[in-house]
Ligand binder design. Structure first.
Ligand code: ADP
Length: 259
């Protein structure tokens, strides 16, 4: 969509031409729509747990407190919903921090070995993996390096790992592999879980986009994990790509420039 501003140009004899300024306002409109959608999504996501908390508090005040079993159960739900609010806000803060770094495009990246970063990410996911008896396999040469901000990249990998574990069956396995491939450093997180239908793939990295909202919520997801990963990878000058086959599993690949 182009917006035009026209001005006629004159000389002593009359008009000799016109100056037309064309502005591409499509991009601005799109940004504005995205911002509005985001605010409305955030509001909705925050309101859901607040509504639940308020509902259960009111039920307690209305007399449910008299029954110790009910009281216990409702208070547990309230705590879980408060944890959920916390998780959403933590993710939003991470997203905004990363975006700030992106705007300043001056994040100090350092050439560092990847293995310790991947090991730390694995450590961070050890508990949820153990709970589902999911085996985590890591392949990475100790010599492999990349230009990174280690804590941020770790977070990006943790997000991919958490999903891989979440969407894997019990007793499944997840593979993390890093290598130098075709002029890039690639970190691949592969699972053999439920997979993702093709129509969802293009929107997967959008904030709050979820294939199955109810399932994601139940698993403690905020719908922000992949958006955060994408931004972190962008800050590193790289890209993240997904390949998935429903029923067979998914592979998320982070491609970083050579150090
Ligand atoms: P969430 O907090 O819901 O996991 P994400 O942004 O991390 O949000 O992921 C967005 C959606 O992508 C998830 O809700 C899920 O539907 C889908 N998804 C992400 N990773 C996987 C995976 N490894 N296997 C299957 N589906 C996945």
């Amino acid at each position: 969509f182009l917006q035009a501003h026209g001005t006629a140009l004159h000389d002593a004899q009359g008009q000799i031409g016109a100056l037309i300024v064309l502005n591409d306002v499509t991009r601005l409109r799109r940004l504005e729509t995205m911002r509005r959608d985001f605010v409305s999504n955030v509001s909705h996501e925050l309101k859901t747990p607040i509504t639940a908390i308020k509902g259960f508090v009111e039920t307690l005040l209305d007399g449910a407190m008299q029954d110790p079993d009910d009281a216990q159960r409702f208070l547990e739900i309230i705590t879980r919903q408060a944890d959920r609010l916390n998780a959403i806000i933590d993710d939003l803060l991470t997203l905004s921090r990363v975006e700030q770094g992106e705007e300043q495009s001056g994040l100090p990246l350092e050439k560092e070995p990847l293995l310790p970063v991947l090991e730390a990410a694995l450590q961070a996911c050890a508990l949820p993996a153990a709970e589902k008896n999911v085996r985590l396999n890591l392949f990475c040469s100790p010599e492999l390096t990349a230009r990174i901000k280690a804590p941020l990249l770790e977070q990006a990998v943790v997000n991919l790992l958490t999903n891989a574990i979440k969407y894997s069956p019990r007793d499944g396995k997840v593979a993390i592999e890093a290598a130098q491939l075709q002029g890039k450093v690639t970190i691949r997180v592969q699972d053999w879980g439920c997979g993702i239908a093709k129509e969802h793939l293009p929107r997967l990295f959008e904030r709050f986009y979820r294939v199955d909202k109810a399932r994601s919520r139940k698993q403690g997801g905020t719908g922000l994990g992949l958006a955060i990963t994408k931004h972190i990878v962008q800050v590193h000058g790289g890209e993240v790509i997904v390949h998935s086959t429903p029923g067979q599993g998914s592979t998320f690949s982070i491609h970083l420039p050579l150090p």
